[in-house]
Design a protein around this ligand. Structure first.
Ligand code: TYM
Length: 344
């Protein structure tokens, strides 16, 4: 039913410690989609402040994510790279979506429950409304495709529900939209490949995360070759040999995770990797994984550090991206204001 022009949108929070999960689950997909789609990639600083951030660290983290995008291969001239707070339309549409989304919908969001923890009364209102801002990020450009890791699936479903309810609530009696196509598309999540949920290197039942207190749980994009090697050598495994078939990974989360990482870095399937390493021990496999990870990540880390230090360049990329993003977001918001019935 969708006759919307295809457009890719995604975002990454500038909360420090960008890691291999962010890279394989999201950033490599961002890079690949540039060849086939018009893409907008956003450093979501308004989302970052839903939990406390030190202002000076936030500034540096915004530049870090921008540098990582470019170092990984995103072209900010052909596509759009910017930080969310420079385009006020995100917050404006989020407010309207706060009035469309139902409290019951937000109460079901598992990420809020995880992040707020036991002290829910003390969580910010922003953390609770996080998913409506995320829906606004996507829909203010009327984006159709959203590459993300597995953990964002529920938020994407909510964005679709909000788009659908907005279309239902506001367009039913509007002759300009009598064709039934709707104003907002229902954005599709793109969650594919062997590394949509990269797990902690210390505990295969926990997601690799920026906020894990153990730095050994994750490989940071900024890690140098020695640190990457050390972390992989120390990664938790089990005493058995690697299996040769996929069902042999069942009940072995650490083995499954390392095989998934290898497959994603090589752009192959887990089965390909098991056919290569099945029957062998972990130390041989880990040595190959160290070589592969260092070959892929160390150059990105080096380039990222170089770019990140060039504030004038990074800030000019973000300003230019924001100017182009604002133009598109402004056009959507003009139409939204008319649809809702505001006088302007
Ligand atoms: P954030 O900053 O937590 O993560 C950025 C991207 O990395 C993915 N990711 C992972 N993928 C695989 N394995 C992991 N361990 C892992 N950890 C993180 C995330 O799924 C995400 O794709 N809410 C978003 C940011 C956002 C956004 C948006 C995304 C704000 N507005 C609009 C898409 C569209 C987030 O917290 O990302």
């Amino acid at each position: 039913m969708q006759a919307f022009q295809q457009l890719v949108f995604s975002g990454v929070q500038p909360t420090g410690n960008l890691h291999l999960g962010n890279y394989l689950g999201a950033i490599t997909k961002f890079v690949a989609l540039q060849d086939t789609h018009d893409c907008i990639y956003c450093v979501v600083d308004l989302h970052a402040i839903t939990v406390a951030q030190k202002p000076s660290e936030l500034t540096s983290n915004i530049r870090e994510v921008t540098a990582a995008f470019i170092a990984a291969g995103i072209d900010p001239k052909k596509h759009i790279v910017f930080n969310q707070s420079q385009v006020a339309e995100h917050a404006e549409l989020a407010w309207i979506f706060n009035c469309v989304a139902r409290i019951g919908w937000l109460n079901r969001m598992t990420q809020f429950k995880e992040k707020a923890g036991k002290d829910r009364e003390n969580a910010s209102v922003g953390l609770y409304a996080y998913p409506t801002l995320m829906a606004a990020d996507i829909l203010v450009y009327r984006a159709t495709h959203v590459p993300v890791g597995e953990d964002q699936k529920q938020h994407l479903e909510l964005a679709r529900d909000i788009a659908q309810k907005f279309n239902n609530d506001f367009l039913a009696d509007n002759p300009a939209y009598a064709d039934g196509k709707g104003f907002f598309p229902l954005p599709e999540p793109l969650i594919q490949g062997p590394a949509t949920r990269v797990m902690s290197l210390r505990d295969g039942s926990k997601k690799m995360s920026k906020s894990d207190p153990s730095d050994n749980s994750r490989i940071n994009l900024a890690d140098d070759a020695d640190t990457i090697a050390q972390k992989i050598r120390k990664a938790k495994t089990d005493p058995d040999a690697l299996p040769s078939a996929l069902d042999g990974l069942a009940g072995r989360p650490e083995a499954d995770n390392l095989v998934g990482i290898y497959a994603a870095l090589e752009d192959k399937t887990k089965l390909d990797i098991l056919q290569q390493f099945g029957g062998g021990n972990f130390s041989t496999f880990k040595s190959a994984l160290v070589d592969l990870t260092v070959a892929k990540l160390a150059p990105i880390g080096g380039e990222m550090r170089r770019l990140q230090a060039d504030h004038a360049y990074i800030d000019s990329v973000l300003r230019d991206g924001a100017n182009r993003a604002r133009e598109r977001a402004g056009a959507t918001m003009s139409a939204v204001r008319d649809i809702v019935g505001f006088v302007r």
